[in-house]
Design a protein around this ligand. Sequence first.
Ligand code: NAP
Length: 531
Amino acid sequence: MTILAASILAESLDHGLAQASAASEQGADMVEFRLDIFPNDPDAIARLITQSPLPCTITCRPKWEGGKFQGSEDERLKVLAIAAKHNPAHIDIELNAFRRSAAGREIIDSLVSHPEDEKANTPDLIISSHDFDKRPADLLQQLEFMAEQDCCSIIKLVWHAHSLKDNLEAFELLLSPHKPTVALCMGEFGLPSRILAKKFDAFLSFASINDTSATAPGQTSVEEMIRLYRWKKINNRTAVLGVIGYPIGHSLSPHIFNAGFDQTDYNGTYLPLPISPEYEQFKDVIESWISFRPLRFRGASVTIPHKENLIRFVSEKGGRIDPLAKAIGAANTLSIKADGSVRASNTDCMAALDGLCNAIDITRQQLDDASIAVIGAGGVARAVVAGFAQYSSNVTIYNRTLTRAEALADDFNEHPVVENQACRSIKALSLDQLPISTHDIYINCTSVGMYPNTDESPLNPLPDSANENTVFFDTVYNPINTMLLRQAAQRGCVTVSGIEMFIRQAAEQFQIWTGKTPPLDLFRSVMIKHL
Ligand code: NAP
C-alpha cells in the first residue's frame, strides 16, 4: 500500500508537531520531518519524533541537494544519528552524500536496519537522489547503485520533468522495482507521478500540508491528493483522464469530473495535463501516454491551444472524428479505447445550444427564425455558429476583427454543417454595429468580461432595442455573473450564464468516457462552489 507522506520543513518543536497534527487530520499516513532549519537540540529532536502523531521519516537536506541546512557534513550526520536513536520509521540520506565519503557511509550504515537484522526499532534507510533541473543522465546507474547497497531499504529517485512524458519513466521504474521504490517528477509536468504513484505501487508519495508549505516544486497538498484526486480510491485498474491545455493550472475540470467519478463510483482520476503549444509536443505526449498500456489513459478534455491539434492527431492516427467536430474544425474531447484507438468529438456546440434552450425553456426547434447575434469569431464562436447553422435561425457574427467574422460566416455558408442546411445565410459585421442592432438572442463568445477583467463587457451600453424578451447568454463563466449579464438583468432582460454551457460540455464528455449518466446538478454545484 503506497504511503501518503506530508513533507514538513520543521522550524521548531511546536511548529513541527502542529504541522504533523494537521497532516494527520488531513489523512496523511506519515510525515517527513526535514530538520534543515530545526534547532540543534537533541531533546527537541527526540520529542519531535516520539510525540509525532504519525510515523516519521527524518532527513536533513543540505543546500547542495536543494535543502536549507548550512552546517558541515559532520554536523549533519550528527543530527541524523541523534534522530536515529529515537526510532523514526526511516532515515533519508542523499545518494551524493552516501557515495562521497566512506566515513559517512559507515556512520549511516551503523544507524539503520539491514536485511539480516533481527532487532526491531531500527530505522530503514532511504537513499535519495534529487535533480532540480532535469532527468539525470545516469538515472539507471543511480538506481543500480542504490539497489546494490545492503543498508538501503528504499530507493528514492526524484527529478524535474520537462514534459508529461517524463512521468512514464517514473512509472516504468515502479513497475519493475529492485526494492521498494519512490520515483517522482517535480515541476508543473510532474503532478501525475505524485498522484499515480499509488496506481503503480510506489513505496510512498509526498504532499504538502497547504499551498505555501510545499517542500518541492509541483507538490500538491494532502487535502487535494485525497479529496480532489481521489488518492484513497486509486488502484492498478484506475482509469486516467484529464484536461489538456497550456497553461492549465486553474482549470475547474478536475473538481467536477472527480466529484462525478465519486458520485457514480467510476474507477478513475482526472488530472491537469499541461502540454506546451506545439503540435509535435502534443502528438509525442499523447502517443506515449496511449501506448503505455498499464496507465489506462482513457481520455481528455482538450482546450486552448490544442483543439485543432486534436483533430489533426486523430486524423493522422486514422481514428474517428465526429461529424460536428469535423465541420467545426476543432474538437474538445479525446476518447481512447482499451485497444488504443482514438476518437475526437466536439461537445461545446450542443452544450451551447442545450444550455441556452434549457435555461429559457424552449426546444431546439424553437430556435428556427430566431434572430441571433454571435459576438466573437474565435473557437467558441465557431462551435456556437455550427450549432445554430443546423436550424433556420438568422445568425449575425460581430467581431472586433471584421475579416475573422467574415471568414467564419463564409466558411459555414460555403460548407453547410448538415446536408440541406436550413440556416439562412450567416452575416458578418464589425463589433461597432452591435449597439445599434436588434436581435432576440445575444451570445458573447469573446473573452471580454472574464476574470480578472470583470468590469468589462463586449456590449456596453446594451442596444436600445433590448427589452424583457431579449436573451443575453454569456459563454464566459468566470465570473458567473458577468458585467454583460448584470447590465442585462438591470434592463429586465433574460440572462443565461456560461456555466450552463460548461457543465453540459463536461456532461457529454463524462457520458462518452464512463457510459454513465452525468450528474449535472452536482457539476453545477461544484462549479458554483469553486468560482
Ligand atoms: P479565442 O478563439 O481566442 O477567441 C477570442 C475572441 O474574443 C475573438 O473573437 C477576439 O476577437 C475576441 N476578443 C478578445 N479580446 C477582445 C476585446 N478586448 N474586445 C473585443 N473582442 C475581443 O477564444 P475562444 O476559445 O473562442 O474562447 C472565448 C471565451 O469563451 C473564453 O474566454 C471563455 O471565457 C469562453 N468559453 C466558455 C466555455 C463554456 O463552456 N462556457 C468553454 C470555452 C470557452 P478578435 O478576432 O478581434 O481577436
